[in-house]
Design a protein around this ligand. Structure first.
Ligand code: PLP
Length: 359
């Protein structure tokens, strides 16, 4: 019977509950094995955002008084760190990236040498806007040498590049199901070593008292299966990288005014961030939507105002370039024809919006 056919509360002592509990613990063991980490360090949450918050709050509750957060982190991390700084007096230091979007390890080394044992360092394994892969293992080494703890946001990296929890060296690792082919609404916090997890939600004693609330058993089983499959076979990613590179070469070849963000940086195999100054990101999103493609703009709209992406700004990308950046991601279900059709549609829209001067 599939997990979704038995929607029971795994904390209930009756037979249905015990079977749900068995499925939940099987999923925990499967996920632990897939990511090479101990199962009892795994706490299931409702999103990676929640997992990141749980990690940051746990660190502060257990004595961390300084957060060093990379400038390119997801807003889930940055906003929570800012709130902890405002409400709990935690010192927040934002740590820069280079022009390729890669976190500056020499800067981290300098920053962390001061008061390391009460510090938590946060770095994502791969960036969600640019696809830039970050040196999390080296950062964890630097953090640990100084006595600091390390939080890794692994959301974008799992299933796209070789990935194991133990390899990251993270004390805390956050993941999300829907970025690995699982359902939305399921996340994970993995605590490794001695990293404490201090419950933010209290009530029932679920998840070893680390996160109260009835677990989403079906979603968790789907997450564990999706991660297990995704990490054990990366051959599909090699194919996507080939198609991404061909798409990039075609677009850049057709239009010399296109910029590829982080073109020479270490990137995920499936991600392409393109910019065409003068052709706004949001306009591109709409044009591509009409053509049947879902892409995201680099800029974000908040309170009716479009603001440049903090990720691109941190890389020193000029405002007109950042305004016109979009992110194109190839997925597990993409086929080569989709990629060709996207290239046709994007070039047609770009040529309409920004006609190339004819000689
Ligand atoms: N971190 C990164 C790098 C992400 O890309 C995302 C979502 O896109 C998150 C965190 C937040 O994940 P969730 O939507 O599960 O809260």
């Amino acid at each position: 019977m599939a997990a979704a056919d038995a929607p029971s509360n795994p904390s209930s002592v009756h037979g249905f509950g015990r079977r749900a509990k068995a499925r939940l613990e099987d999923a925990r063991a499967r996920l632990g094995a897939a990511l090479d980490t101990r199962a009892n360090g795994i706490t299931f949450t409702a999103s990676a955002t929640e997992a990141l918050h749980l990690a940051l709050h746990s660190a502060v509750a257990s004595g961390v008084s300084r957060l060093i957060v990379s400038a390119g982190e997801h807003d889930a991390t940055l906003a929570c760190a800012r709130r902890l700084a405002a409400s709990r007096g935690v010192q927040l230091d934002v740590w820069g990236v280079d022009a390729h979007g890669v976190a500056d390890l020499a800067a981290l080394e300098r920053m962390v040498s001061d008061g390391g044992d009460t510090t938590l360092v946060a770095l994502m394994a791969a960036n969600n806007e640019t696809g830039v892969v970050q040196p999390v293992r080296d950062a964890a080494l630097i953090a640990h040498t100084a006595g600091a703890r390390m939080l890794v946001d692994g959301v974008q990296a799992v299933g796209k590049i070789p990935f194991s929890a133990s390899d990251t060296g993270a004390d805390y690792l956050a993941l999300s199901a829907h970025k690995v082919g699982g359902p939305p609404g399921v996340g994970v916090l993995i605590a490794q070593g001695e990293a404490p997890v201090c419950a933010q939600f209290v009530g029932g004693g679920q998840e070893l008292g680390r996160r109260a609330g009835t677990e989403n058993v079906a979603g968790i089983c789907a997450l564990a299966a999706a991660v297990d499959e995704a990490v054990s076979d990366l051959s599909r990613m090699e194919q996507l990288a080939g198609w991404r590179d061909a798409l990039e070469a075609r677009i850049v070849g057709a239009r010399g005014d296109v910029q590829v963000i982080a073109q020479h940086g270490p990137r995920l195999p499936n991600t392409l961030s393109l910019a065409l100054p003068g052709f706004k990101g949001e306009t591109q999103v709409m044009a591509m939507d009409l053509a049947g493609f879902a892409v995201s703009a680099g800029s974000a709209c908040s309170s009716g105002k479009v603001r440049a992406s903090h990720v691109l700004t941190a890389m020193g990308v000029a405002e007109d370039v950042a305004d016109s950046a979009i992110r194109v991601s190839l997925g597990w279900s993409s086929v080569e024809n989709d990629v060709t059709a996207f290239g046709d549609a994007w070039l047609q829209a770009a040529n309409r919006a920004r006609p190339l001067a004819t000689a």
